[in-house]
Design a protein around this ligand. Structure first.
Ligand SMILES: C[S@@+](CC[C@H](N)C(=O)[O-])C[C@H]1O[C@@H](n2cnc3c(N)ncnc32)[C@H](O)[C@@H]1O
Length: 278
C-alpha cells in the first residue's frame, strides 16, 4: 500500500537522498574532474583559486541543465545529493531488500563503493521501516576515492583516471555524519574501511542477502565478486551499478562466465543491472 506511513517515509527519503525535491544548484567548476579539465575549465579553476585567495567566500560555479529524468536515472554527478545513483536504482534496491525480507532469504546487506553513503542509508532505512533488528548494513569504501589503476594486474583499468577526482573522495566522518542526519547511525551499521581487496577479506560477514557493487573499475568489481559472491545466499540479489562502464561490465561478464552463472541479468535503468543467485 503506497500510502502507508512506512512507504511514504521511504518515498520521501529517496527523494531527499537524491535531492529530487529541489532544483540542482550551479556546479563548482573545478571539483568534478581530475586531470581531464578542458583549457576553459583550467582557466576558470585558476580564476577561482585567484579569487578565493583574495576572498574565501567567492566560488566560481557554472549553470547546469538537469531535468527530472536525469535524476530518475542517475545520469550526472550531483552537487548536494547524498547518492548519485538516481531514483530508479534506489527503487530497485528497496525492492530487492523487501523481497528478501518477505521471502526470508537469510543474510545482511552490503554496498561496496558508497561515496556519500546515500544507498546504504536507504538500506538501513528499509530495515528500520520494517522493524528488522537482526540484519546489518555493511558500508565498504576506501573513504579516499578510487585506487590508481594497476594495468599489469587489471589491463581493463588502464585508462582509468577516476583516482584523480577529488569529487569522488568522501571521508568516513562525512558518511557517518550523513547517516546521523537521517537518524540512522546505530549498531546495525558496520563500516569497512580500506581497499576492497584488504577490507573485505577479514570482514565479519557470514551471509549476504543483498550485495550491491558500485566501485566503477574492473579491479574494484572483480575483487568484490571473488570475495563476497560466495557469501551471497541462494535467492539473494547481486546488483551492479556500473554495467554501462566497460571495465565493470567485463569484470561481471568474466566472473559470471567463469562461475557458470546462468540467471539472466535484469536491467534497472541505462546502467544498473541485477541477478538473483540460484
Ligand atoms: C561511484 S562512487 C559510489 C556511489 C554510491 N554508491 C552512491 O550511492 O552514490 C564509487 C565509490 O567506490 C569507492 N571505491 C572504488 N574502488 C574502491 C576500492 N577498490 N576499494 C575501496 N573503495 C573503492 C570510491 O571511494 C567511491 O566512494
Amino acid at each position: 500500500m503506497q500510502n502507508r506511513p512506512e512507504a511514504l517515509y521511504l518515498d520521501l527519503l529517496k527523494k531527499t537522498l537524491t535531492y529530487a525535491l529541489w532544483p540542482e544548484p550551479p556546479h563548482p567548476v573545478d571539483v568534478y574532474k581530475g586531470a581531464d579539465l578542458t583549457i576553459r575549465e583550467k582557466a576558470l579553476a585558476a580564476l577561482y583559486k585567484l579569487l578565493s585567495s583574495f576572498n574565501g567566500d567567492i566560488e566560481v560555479v557554472k549553470k547546469t541543465s538537469i531535468y527530472p529524468e536525469h535524476r530518475e536515472n542517475g545520469m550526472f554527478w550531483p552537487a548536494n545529493a547524498d547518492t548519485m545513483v538516481g531514483l530508479k536504482r534506489l527503487d530497485n534496491l528497496q525492492d530487492c531488500i523487501e523481497t528478501v525480507l518477505k521471502e526470508g532469504i537469510e543474510g545482511d546487506l552490503i554496498e561496496t563503493g558508497v561515496w556519500r553513503g546515500g544507498a546504504c542509508i536507504l538500506m538501513r532505512a528499509v530495515l528500520a521501516a520494517h522493524r528488522v533488528k537482526d540484519r546489518r548494513v555493511f558500508v565498504a569504501d576506501s573513504f579516499k576515492g578510487l585506487p590508481e589503476p594497476d594495468p599489469k594486474q587489471y589491463p581493463a583499468d588502464k585508462w582509468s583516471n577516476l583516482h584523480s577526482m577529488r569529487y569522488l573522495k568522501v571521508t568516513k566522518d562525512e558518511v557517518m555524519n550523513n547517516f546521523k542526519k537521517y537518524g540512522l547511525l546505530d549498531e546495525q551499521v558496520i563500516f569497512l574501511e580500506g581497499w576492497f581487496k584488504d577490507s573485505l577479506l577479514g570482514a565479519p560477514i557470514n551471509k549476504l542477502a543483498v550485495l550491491r557493487l558500485d566501485g566503477d573499475m574492473f579491479g574494484s568489481t572483480i575483487e568484490v565478486l571473488n570475495i563476497l559472491y560466495p557469501k551471497l545466499a541462494r535467492g539473494g540479489f547481486c546488483i551492479i551499478d556500473d554495467y554501462a562502464l566497460e571495465p565493470c561490465r567485463k569484470a561481471v561478464d568474466d566472473y559470471r562466465k567463469e562461475h557458470g552463472i546462468a540467471s539472466g541479468l535484469v536491467p534497472i535503468d541505462w546502467t544498473g543491472k541485477y541477478w538473483r543467485k540460484e
